[in-house]
Design a protein around this ligand. Structure first.
Ligand code: PGA
Length: 251
């Protein structure tokens, strides 16, 4: 499987700004070959329709959504359904990002519903997991990761494959803080996630991509991407500029 280099633009950029950054990014990536890399851009809902066609010009670049509501359609004011995202060209979606868990209060069960519904709808899903600093200090990293994986995948075990599911390990204390997890911490967590995936999904667990996220920057991306069991990255702040994200993609 190719390494998945994913950008999460969070609640940044207007449509015009997003189009400009995506256009610059495609210029930087077309002049270099992506080789063993795939690129995923997850901008705000507002610009999916404008950014999608720009990405589709470069093979290996994909459009994703940061979130959706797990229902086909209906009276869910303010929410967006997977079918609406697919109609705009989305092939991926995130679920369980720490900002949705900790700022928006989404529980494990709801995240599990999104994984099932997203897969059922034909989206490739990225399940984000990760411990807070308090949980790490209390020695609960493995307990938290095991619970988030088990509950996130509880009803999806018959549907998930190495193509349709990826997991992003993002320690909450490293997101947007500039404090990147060290190689030993990343390798320990990823080895644990790998073992859990193999036990939950014996057929695909070995091949499911495990991304690292949390203060990935151009100057640490090369080290991180070559660690054991690191099959990609999920980048927030450093993905907002085309130049820095392209440096990460090609690291
Ligand atoms: P960061 O965000 O790269 O700004 O730390 C990562 C993420 O939230 O996915």
């Amino acid at each position: 499987m190719k390494k998945l280099m994913a950008a999460n633009w969070k609640m940044y950029k207007t449509v015009e700004e997003g189009v400009q950054t995506a256009t610059e990014l495609m210029q930087l990536l077309t002049s270099n070959s992506l080789q063993d890399r795939e690129v995923l851009l997850c901008p705000s809902f507002t610009m999916l329709g404008a950014v999608g066609p720009i990405l589709s010009k470069v093979p290996g670049c994909f459009l994703g959504a940061q979130n959706f509501y797990p229902a086909g359609q209906g009276a869910f004011t303010g929410e967006i359904a997977p079918e609406q995202l697919k109609a705009l060209g989305c092939t991926y979606a995130l679920a369980g990002h720490s900002e949705r868990r900790h700022v928006l209060g989404e529980p494990d069960e709801f995240i599990g519903q999104k994984i099932v519904f997203g897969l059922h709808s034909g989206l490739n899903m990225i399940l984000c997991i990760g411990e807070t600093i308090a949980e790490r200090q209390a020695g609960k990293v493995e307990e938290v990761l095991a619970r988030q994986l088990a509950m996130g995948l509880a009803n999806a075990l018959s549907m998930a494959t190495a193509k349709t599911l990826a997991v992003a390990y993002e320690p909450v204390w490293a997101i947007g803080t500039g404090e990147v997890a060290g190689p030993a911490e990343i390798m320990a967590a990823h080895a644990f996630v790998r073992a859990q995936l193999v036990s939950l999904l014996p057929e695909y667990g070995q091949k499911i991509r495990i991304l690292y996220g949390g203060s990935v920057k151009p100057d640490n991306a090369r080290t991180i991407i070559h660690l054991d069991n690191v099959d990609g990255v999920l980048v927030g702040g450093a993905s907002l500029q085309a130049k820095s994200f392209s440096q990460i993609v090609l690291a």
